[in-house]
Design a protein around this ligand. Structure first.
Ligand code: 13P
Ligand code: SF4
Length: 303
């Protein structure tokens, strides 16, 4: 049997003795979210880690997030709680492909979703998250934008802006699994519920949702909404937070397939091991980090 309370106490002790801070993405298991000092979406976590002065940052999320934290905090030791927690979408584009693509469109600005490697960020003009993508695109002087790597977020931006968006065909393997029939079945089961989905979902899904929002925007939206029931079209980890913050409202997952296998690799055991064994240290080569940081800083200046 797992000793949950024992692990919680051990994490608290190790955190204090090592002056570590634990940050977790909204998609982490509830037990991990509950031991974190900060829980948030990609944008909130990037902003937060840029202001921290703890010598150690333990990141509970996926590789690109810890890499961004390491780029923004070069003097801190950033640990990713699970070394194999990567994002398949981020791995769908590499630097050589991006360079070839850029050569075809020399007048375009490259906007990289933060779900990308440091090397891809370094080749980009600016980063964005799902919370600020339209704002970032509209803030650029270029009319033509190359957007990498998420085709669904790209399509969502293209609907909201007058700019020309040329979209790379990557996608999230988790959000991709939600189909319109899942939304329609959930609506039939919960007729009064408001449908809120993430822009990583397919265009056929975003088209029938009441709202298309990043995970933190969903948090603010459901809090402010007079509705009592919500169908949530994003990784199911967010529902834990929504329930905690809105005990009087009901939340239903849009599909049982909304589980990101990489986000779910991190457990309390991973956090204990990361702190005890000082692993897995994420580093980015300084010259590459400096170039990737320009794209991240530019995003943080815009929003
Ligand atoms: P955010 O809403 O935090 O941007 O989450 C999207 C995501 O898939 C992170 O991997
Ligand atoms: Fe990547 Fe999708 Fe998992 Fe986010 S939810 S880490 S985009 S696979």
């Amino acid at each position: 049997m797992r000793d949950i309370e024992g692990m919680r106490q051990r994490i608290q002790h190790l955190k204090e003795t090592r002056q570590a801070v634990i940050v977790a993405h909204n998609y982490q298991w509830p037990e991990v979210q509950d031991v974190a000092d900060f829980v948030g979406d990609s944008l909130e976590l990037a902003r937060k880690t840029a202001t921290l002065d703890n010598p150690i940052i333990v990141f509970c999320g996926v590789h690109f997030m810890a890499e961004s934290a390491a780029i923004l905090n070069p003097t801190r030791r950033v640990l990713l709680a699970e070394s194999t927690a990567g994002c398949p979408m981020a791995e769908m584009i590499d630097v050589d492909t991006l360079r070839q693509w850029k050569a075809q469109y020399p007048d375009a600005a490259v906007v990289a979703y933060v779900n990308s490697s440091a090397a891809v960020k370094a080749e980009s003009n600016v980063c964005c998250t799902s919370a600020n993508a339209v704002k970032v695109v509209d803030a650029l002087r270029e009319q033509r934008i190359l957007f990498v790597p998420d085709r669904n977020l790209g399509a969502w931006i293209a609907k909201q802006t007058r700019k020309e968006i040329i979209i790379y065909p990557g996608f999230c393997i988790t959000h991709f699994r939600v189909k319109p029939e899942h939304i329609l079945a959930a609506k039939q089961a919960h007729p009064g519920a408001v449908v809120v989905v993430h822009p990583e979902c397919r265009p056929e899904v975003t088209a029938i949702a009441d709202a298309v929002l990043s995970t933190s925007q969903m948090g603010r939206y459901v809090k402010a909404s007079p509705a009592r029931e919500f169908i949530i079209g994003t990784e199911e980890g967010l529902i834990h937070r929504l329930r905690q913050q809105n005990p009087d409202k009901a939340f239903f997952a849009a599909s049982t397939a909304l589980l990101c296998p990489n986000m779910k690799k991190t457990t309390l055991e991973s956090v204990v091991s990361a702190l005890e064994m000082d692993r897995y240290h994420i580093t980015v080569e300084p010259e590459l980090a400096a170039r990737a940081r320009r794209a991240l800083d530019r995003m943080l200046e815009i929003v």
